[in-house]
Design a protein around this ligand. Structure first.
Ligand code: SF4
Length: 337
């Protein structure tokens, strides 16, 4: 691992959803660190738990979901280590939106149709008392819109969401997230509703802001092109577990876990040339009754008896590169993070 300090540390996180059909064991003991000034990506197929994990960091899990156990430690600017899962709602509100901001997947749903963009950016600053009054809030909202490269920000600050294009809505949502100069941005598929040229602009913008402000970005995506372009380190998720975690280049060039290998053969890999894409046999398991042992075992061509009974621990195979697979832990031994 680099000499960078951790900003968010997630340890042994479990999240369940209590549905009429049964208890969905959505997150099953997830652990990772996001470091100062890095972009850390959570990747995997739909339903693997990346969005739930990211929402659990700031306790945005809604009923019927529940965080069962674990720790989410935030290393604040003033040197405190705070377990976000133990804060009162009021204490958490002081951190959420100010020090840790969340950019939601669907900008249209994230914006309130009844208020102007300036009002919605200003409201976050008013709430966290980073401005003294609404006059200052509107002035700063114009500045925020300039930062996110919104065309004609003086005019756009007075417009309503329905008057904006998809790219402008996404810039506004990023603007709300950035308004209090957060230390951490959690961006959940921030460009999935945008066309490719706007996607590239938004990503370039996030990269620039990260560099200028030494921000930590936790990026949730299924798009491997984005991962290759944006990420320093990657955690690959499958059925509520992290199965492989390491530096982006190592994961792309030398994927080790059978699921990561299958995933990278199934999607266009920007760093290697694969002639033909392959699908992953089988289906994502039902997490009401997840497979025992390694949750990937029904789809894994290398599964052995032990895989069906015991969950593999994460093992460090090279500095900062962790794999949770019995084939590897049999060779290496010991647990990692
Ligand atoms: Fe496959 Fe077993 Fe490794 Fe799971 S633990 S990925 S089933 S070999």
């Amino acid at each position: 691992m680099s000499g960078k300090k951790p900003v968010i540390v997630v340890r042994d996180l479990y999240v369940n959803f209590y549905t009429y059909a049964g208890v969905v064991k959505a997150i099953d003991g997830v652990s990772f660190d996001a470091l100062e000034g890095e972009t850390f990506c959570l990747v995997g197929e739909t339903g693997c738990g990346k969005t739930v994990t990211s929402r659990a960091i700031t306790r945005l899990i809604q009923s019927p979901g529940r965080i069962e156990r674990g720790e989410v430690l935030y290393y604040s600017r003033d040197g405190r280590v705070i377990n976000l899962l133990e804060l009162s709602d009021e204490e958490l509100r002081r951190i959420r939106g100010k020090e840790i901001a969340y950019i939601f997947q669907d900008p249209a749903a994230a914006l309130d149709p009844l208020y102007t963009i300036g009002h919605q950016i200003g409201e976050t600053m008013i709430e966290h008392k980073t401005v003294k009054d609404w006059k200052e809030a509107f002035m700063k909202a114009v500045h925020v819109l300039k930062t996110v490269l919104m065309p004609d920000p003086e005019r756009r600050v007075k417009t309503y969401p329905h008057e904006l294009s998809g790219g402008m809505k996404q810039r506004s949502v990023i603007g709300i997230g950035l308004s209090n100069q957060p230390r951490v941005i959690i961006a959940d598929e921030p460009t999935s509703y945008l066309d490719v040229t706007i996607q590239a602009q938004i990503m370039a913008l996030l990269r620039k802001l990260k560099k200028e402000r030494n921000m930590t970005i936790i990026l949730i995506t299924h798009n491997m092109g984005l991962v290759a372009e944006m990420c320093d380190r990657v955690a690959v998720m499958y059925a509520g577990n992290i199965v492989e975690l390491g530096p982006m280049r190592r994961i792309f060039e030398n994927p080790i876990h059978p699921y990561t290998r299958a995933l990278l053969r199934a999607v266009p890999n920007p760093l290697t040339k694969i002639e033909r894409l392959e699908s992953i046999p089988g289906i994502v398991p039902n997490l009401i009754e997840p497979p025992p042992g390694c949750r990937f075992h029904p789809r894994c061509p290398h599964a052995i008896e032990k895989c069906k009974k015991e969950k593999p621990p994460a093992v460090e195979v090279e500095p900062g590169h962790y794999i949770a697979c019995w084939l590897i832990s049999g060779k290496v031994g010991g647990e990692g993070g």
